[in-house]
Ligand binder design. Structure first.
Ligand code: FES
Length: 401
């Protein structure tokens, strides 16, 4: 596909996700950051971020997500928010809550922050603290009260997996008691650290069906008071998701070091010439770079996808998932029933059904732990260890199932 041809067809990037830092006080076993984040440890300065925001807004971007790592670790967060607000962005802070004092929440509100999405790992202290290897449960509860007190919309997010699916009713009750208007129950997507920990995190079909029935019950009960979004798990879905609404269609992520990416995981895909915002104007990156044009449109698709009516809706599914599962980013997303690789996914689901329940491995909280049984925590040390040598590159990307 020619860059010029793509430029004519591509609309503007409507949604910019600014990953301000990979630094994070938590060590979640399902973190979506790249496994090798520790080797991308430079961070853009304030002026560089403000320039990125200005360029994105001039191109038509309207939604700004500020995430990380933990974005509150940036001392210039208020300045970044104020600039984004002056530009007219709708600004969402995606945070663990660590570092969000009442004074800081007020300052961010005055700077123009619209929305805070607070993550919880579970409704119990034991599991929340175990999964993040930090004692943060009480602190998050206090932060939720601050968010409510200052009149932000109360949006809670919880990543769901085999450990906490049995608690889904209690997670909903916790969100209700906190006065949340919106609860996102996002089933784990297997990228980054979740890919590494997939076998331990993956639920059985029964776990999911039980949890979904509980969600349906509470959704009906709480109608008009709290919206519950259930993000269904890719592998168990009957259809591939329209990942990012299509590659290079509406979404752009800028990583802490200035790498511009079409999705959270694209950096691991082989053969991409990753553009950097310090070296090229954003407009050029979006419309003309080989990376953003790589999977636009349908020219790159396999015959299976191109001949299927669904490709106008699912855009061929997820390139990163195809790569992780098959070793080819051009392959039909193996979640699709028409994919010749669907048996790979079915085998993983069957394996989850046959493996031990997490309760057979007692949860022992250890602050700043590196590992617990089969689980590997997201730590700088583990990141460096996994990806320090070229011989271990495969740990950072595709592996056989
Ligand atoms: Fe990269 Fe889906 S996560 S294309």
């Amino acid at each position: 596909m020619s860059a010029a041809g793509s430029a004519e067809r591509a609309g503007p990037p409507l949604w910019l996700l600014a990953e301000l830092t990979y630094r994070c006080p938590l060590h979640c076993v399902f973190c979506s950051n790249p496994l090798d984040y520790a080797r991308h440890d430079t961070e853009m300065n304030t002026a560089q971020w403000l320039d990125v925001l200005s360029q994105a807004r001039a191109m038509g971007a309207v939604q700004l997500g500020l995430s990380g790592g933990e974005p509150l670790l940036r001392d210039d967060l208020e300045e970044i928010v104020a600039h984004a607000h002056r530009l007219g962005f709708y600004i969402n802070l995606i945070t663990s809550g660590v570092g969000l004092t009442e004074a800081r929440a007020r300052a961010l509100k005055e700077a123009g922050l619209d929305h805070i999405q607070l993550s919880f790992q579970d409704s119990t202290r034991e599991l929340n603290d175990f999964l993040s290897s930090t004692r943060t449960f009480e602190l998050k509860s206090k932060v939720a009260a601050i968010i409510k007190k200052l009149g932000y919309p109360m949006v809670l997010n919880c990543v769901m997996h085999r450990y906490n699916l049995p608690h889904v009713g209690r997670i909903i009750a916790m969100a209700e008691s906190m006065g949340a208007e919106f609860l996102e129950l996002a089933n784990t997507q297997y990228y980054g650290w979740a890919w590494l920990n997939r076998d331990a995190l993956m639920p059985t079909r029964e776990d999911l069906a039980d949890a979904e029935a509980i969600v349906d019950h509470h959704r009906a009960r709480l109608a008009g008071r709290m919206k519950i979004l259930w993000v269904s798990p890719d592998y168990q879905d009957a259809k591939p998701k329209a990942c990012m609404n299509g590659w290079g269609a509406v979404f752009m992520l800028v990583a802490p070091d200035g790498a511009a990416l079409p999705c959270h995981s694209a950096r691991m895909l082989p053969g991409l010439d990753i553009p950097f915002v310090q070296r090229q104007p954003l407009r050029e990156i979006w419309y003309d770079s080989s990376t953003f044009n790589r999977y636009r449109g349908s020219a790159w698709m396999s015959d299976t996808c191109r001949s299927c009516d669904e490709h106008e809706r699912d855009f061929g599914g997820c390139r990163c998932q195809a790569y992780l599962l098959t070793g080819s980013a051009e392959a039909t997303d193996p979640v699709c029933p028409k994919s010749p690789d669907r048996p790979l996914v079915d085998r993983l689901i069957a394996k989850a059904g046959a493996s031990h329940a997490p309760s057979e491995h007692p949860l022992k909280f250890v602050p700043n732990a590196a590992r617990h049984g089969a689980l590997v925590y997201r730590t700088d040390g583990n990141s460096r260890e996994l990806c320090a040598t070229s011989g271990m590159e495969s740990s950072c990307s595709a592996s056989t199932v």
